[in-house]
Design a protein around this ligand. Structure first.
Ligand SMILES: [Zn+2]
Length: 189
């Protein structure tokens, strides 16, 4: 399942086919447009340089946290602080919308910019901790891929970001390794 926070973390892309290629998509205007539009957020494109540096810094820290949680570690004081620091970037107004009987309370950002985007990413990660289960945070088992995702399968057994791509690739690698080991054993005897 794609979440705002995992989409953000995966902007640092590694080629899952294992050719060593990687790409930082965060600073690509096309990625920024797609990201903002998918998550109904508004900010200036291209991202200003100082914002890009703050976004990269946040991504690096949140990535370390996600990997630690995926390894089974718990949240520490500094982790809550990281999320709270980013929540504090945002100022929101509350507004009542609708008619009696069908009233909604909505939070309207005072400023729509990359700071607000960072706060929304922190909210999204917080929601995974609040409503979801941190044990479902996963890193793709293909060491070349390292895609971060939220495992929403019923039996929580999703090991790869994509069974058809990383799943099959790893199956082929295991098959080749077994075959090679078998051949070497054959040579020895
Ligand atoms: Zn993968």
């Amino acid at each position: 399942m794609e979440t705002l926070w995992s989409d953000f973390l995966n902007s640092e892309w590694h080629d899952w086919r294992g050719n060593g290629r990687s790409e930082d998509r965060l600073e690509k205007p096309a990625w920024q447009e797609r990201f903002l539009s998918d998550w109904h957020l508004v900010a200036s494109v291209p991202m200003p340089a100082e914002e890009a540096s703050a976004m990269r810094h946040f991504r690096e820290r949140l990535h370390l946290l996600a990997v630690r949680l995926a390894d089974g570690d718990g949240m520490e004081d500094g982790d809550w602080q990281l999320l709270n620091e980013h929540l504090a970037l945002d100022v929101v107004n509350r507004r009542l919308i609708g008619e009696p009987g069908a009233v909604r309370l909505v939070y309207v950002p005072v400023m729509e910019d990359w700071r607000h985007v960072r706060a929304e990413i922190a909210v999204s990660f917080g929601q995974t901790l609040l409503e979801g289960e941190k044990a479902r945070i996963r890193v793709c088992d293909n060491p070349d891929c390292r895609w971060i995702f939220y495992d929403d399968t019923r039996n929580r057994t999703k090991k790869y970001c994509d069974e058809k791509m990383c799943g099959n690739l790893m199956k082929v690698r295991r098959f080749r390794a077994r075959k090679k080991a078998g051949e070497e054993q054959g040579e020895e005897s």
